[in-house]
Write a protein that binds this ligand. Structure first.
Ligand code: ZN
Length: 322
């Protein structure tokens, strides 16, 4: 076990006992952890076992360990890999996890910044909380991680997630782009999400919860051809939630359900949305996060002539063939 992995855990245990008024020798924590790790016990389990053992030895009541030990930090100050921290933020967006080992993944922000958050499936049951978009949470004892230059936090079975009554204000770095929507991507229109974890259902099935009834949601994923001069031309993957889709196309979630029910087919909704937006020119503001651009506002740019739109369309098709 390399020390950069074990040291934060020792520090965590040390500070938890210190908060409870007990100073434990770090070497004692280390040797106990080392012993368990020698038996190939996973680090988080070893950590729990050592804490339980020491708590018994020093007669520390469980309550003395609340609140969590890892220091509270503003999101933007998180720059190091593998650091135990506590953050408070609002969940801005949740995505369908690409792997069954992940229970939930999305973006969380506070008044300093935004970062990605992941909850592993094996910790989800113990954490006993399902994050919801728009709700604010305190995430205690989560671990920072850097991958491809992007910082994220991961909740594990030593973490604790508490929903807050307050609404945390989020600072977003808003960007404005202009361009033409050239494609409505798969997964757009009327979709069903699992009512438990908000994952998008595939043929009525949630990857985590199996066959569920699900709840309808409306969204648009689209490709924008950025109008800024660039070679090769840049495209941006836009994501719009139900409120933005309604503002943009006039199709509300209830109306989308109605349309799909009448047509006995949900595809009718994405077709109608596509008709509304494809090859139109827009000014869009939002946040670029990972490979997605989360749209806050989208306004058609009026005055663009049909000829210009046709030129753009031709340009795009010529790019696609080349
Ligand atoms: Zn589910």
């Amino acid at each position: 076990m390399n020390t950069s992995t074990i040291d934060p855990v020792i520090e965590d245990i040390y500070s938890r006992f210190k908060t409870a008024g007990i100073e434990i020798d770090r070497n004692k924590i280390r040797s106990n952890l080392d012993r368990l790790l020698g038996y190939k016990v996973p680090l988080n389990e070893a950590s729990r076992t050592v804490v339980t053992m020491l708590r018994k030895e020093y007669n520390v009541p469980f309550d003395a360990f609340k609140p969590g030990s890892a220091g509270f930090v503003p999101i933007a100050s998180l720059k190091e890999d593998n650091k135990w921290v506590t953050i408070r933020g609002k969940v801005l967006q949740l995505w369908e996890p690409k792997s069954d080992s992940i229970s939930q993944t999305g973006l969380i922000g506070d008044d300093s910044g935004v970062l990605r958050l992941t909850i592993f499936a094996k910790s989800a049951e113990k954490l006993d909380v399902i994050l919801e978009e728009g709700e604010s949470y305190e995430l205690r004892n989560v671990v920072s991680s850097i991958w491809q230059g992007q910082i994220s936090v991961k909740a594990n079975s030593n973490s604790e997630i508490i929903m807050l009554d307050t609404d945390i204000e989020v600072k977003r770095q808003s960007v404005t782009v202009t361009g033409i929507i050239t494609e409505v991507s798969a997964g757009s229109g009327l979709i069903k999400r699992c009512s438990e974890c908000k994952r998008k259902l595939t043929k009525g099935n949630c990857a985590e919860h199996g066959r569920v009834e699900g709840v309808y949601d409306l969204r648009l994923k689209a490709v924008l051809q950025d109008s800024r001069q660039a070679n090769p031309p840049q495209t941006i993957d836009l994501i719009m939630n139900a409120a933005i889709v309604e503002k943009l196309t006039g199709i509300s979630l209830p109306r989308a359900i109605e349309l799909a029910t009448e047509a006995l087919d949900t595809a009718v909704v994405s077709d109608m949305i596509a008709e509304n937006v494809i090859f139109r020119y827009y000014r869009i503001s939002g946040t670029q996060l990972s490979s997605n651009f989360l749209v806050d506002e989208i306004v058609p740019v009026v005055g663009i002539t049909r000829q210009m739109a046709t030129d753009a369309k031709n340009l795009v098709s010529s790019i696609e063939v080349s």
